[in-house]
Design a protein around this ligand. Structure first.
Ligand SMILES: Nc1ncnc2c1ncn2[C@@H]1O[C@H](COP(=O)(O)OP(=O)(O)OP(=O)(O)O)[C@@H](O)[C@H]1O
Length: 392
């Protein structure tokens, strides 16, 4: 059939909300519940990361979502539907599941591994094969090179990519990822994390991700749930809010050293309050720009070109000696920083230049200046914001 040859967009089903209501799991013979009355809403299309000490119940909580473990009591809803009202096997076909080292079947090729769920869903061979190709491309593996290999013929990182491809193959709205990158070296791990984030930009699945590594949680999570024994939720918030205002010493222990630095890593320059500087055009008269600078603390203007890109700096002193338009007077702007960069990167840019502030651009257009005091104010502001939120 020719329609199987069309290169349809790989995954189209967006994430669904997951709701845990009073969920408890008591294993037989256990005195204390492994998961004790957990209430949690995981918003559609977000990555929520469970972090907590070994044995606190992260995996048990996650596996109750796809009913690999049955709750003792409570309710789990996906997209508003009670998971217990569905056939467990059918449910699992619509929830991607990735475990450490990919969890691939060793006796099946890469293609066969990826096609398992589509075939179970009754897709014909051609459609499943097309899907395998799409998924391999999506996770950055050349289908011609990898489809017929066996898992043992792949590196750890490649196995992990195939694990992600397999979980996404049936286009599920929800993905559960249980320490998926725990078994690979730190460099491959960082690559896999970056790939997951760019995939998620495209796919907007609801992803529940378990890790021991708080830095991984900060990098990947739209929100982080910090869990203590019995899956007790000690704090559930965006990474920046947790870093700025940890709920207690237990959370502080997880954050570890350098919380303020980590906060800089998760805060985008475009999201902080930038300094304003007088802006000018080459055609503006020097006298006019001088007047606009007036008695401002920073006696400089920044000159923008026709496309609003910052091109030159000019000081009030230089302007004082000039008549007519400013033209090409002043010093060239040698460093700018993208609004998409994080504040840590902005600090590095500041350290590298001779100036006390650096222009910030969004899609190359000038939006403001970042300086050491902007960064300090931003950190203070984030702290205040999250304190106010936790009080409300
Ligand atoms: N099948 C089981 N039978 C009895 N107890 C179990 C079973 N599986 C897990 N447990 C217990 O339940 C608690 C929670 O286990 P779980 O695996 O969910 O924790 P975790 O936070 O994922 O741990 P880790 O980070 O070490 O993987 C632990 O005390 C564990 O020993």
């Amino acid at each position: 059939m020719s329609d199987t040859k069309t290169t349809a967009k790989p995954a189209l089903t967006r994430g669904a909300e997951i709701k845990l209501c009073g969920v408890t799991k008591r294993y037989s013979g256990q005195k204390i519940a492994a998961v004790d009355n957990v209430n949690l809403t995981i918003p559609a299309g977000e990555i929520v990361v469970f972090v907590g000490p070994s044995g606190c119940g992260k995996t048990t909580t996650m596996r109750m979502i796809n009913r690999l473990i049955e709750p003792t009591s409570g309710e789990i809803l996906i997209g508003g539907e009670d998971v217990r009202k569905k056939d467990a096997n059918e449910l699992r076909r619509h929830i991607g599941y990735v475990i450490q080292a990919g969890g691939l079947f060793p006796h099946m090729t890469v293609a066969e591994n990826i096609a398992i769920v589509p075939r179970m869903l009754g897709w014909d061979k051609d459609k499943a094969a097309e899907r395998v190709r799409e998924m391999l491309n999506l996770v950055g593996l050349e289908p011609g090179q990898f489809a017929d290999r066996y898992p043992r013929q792949l590196s750890g990182g490649q196995q992990q990519r195939v694990g992600v491809a397999r979980a996404l193959a049936a286009d599920p709205p929800v993905m559960l990822m249980d320490e998926p990158f725990g078994a690979v070296d730190p460099i491959t791990r960082a690559h896999l994390q970056d790939e997951l984030l760019s995939l998620q930009d495209e796919l907007s699945k609801t992803i529940v991700f378990v890790t021991h590594d708080f830095d991984e949680a900060v990098k990947l999570g739209d929100r982080i749930a910090i869990l203590a024994e019995g899956s007790k939720i000690v704090q559930y918030d965006e990474p920046a809010a947790i870093l700025a205002n940890p709920a207690d010493d237990f959370v502080r222990g997880f954050i570890g050293e350098g919380g303020a630095m980590k906060l800089l890593n998760v805060t985008r320059v475009a999201d902080i309050e930038l300094d304003e500087l007088v802006t000018a055009r080459a055609t503006d008269s020097a006298a006019d720009v001088r007047e606009r600078i007036g008695d401002r603390d920073v006696p400089w203007a920044i000159v923008l070109d026709d496309a609003d890109r910052p091109v030159r700096w000019i000081s009030k002193d230089t302007l004082a000696d000039m008549d007519g338009a400013i033209g090409n007077a002043g010093d060239k702007v040698t460093a700018t920083i993208s609004g998409r960069a994080n504040v840590q990167e902005a600090l590095e840019a500041l350290l590298k230049t001779d100036f006390t502030s650096v222009p910030v651009t969004v899609r190359r257009k000038y939006v403001g200046m970042v300086s050491l005091s902007t960064v300090q104010n931003a950190i203070a502001g984030l702290r205040e914001k999250s304190k106010a939120r936790s009080r409300s």
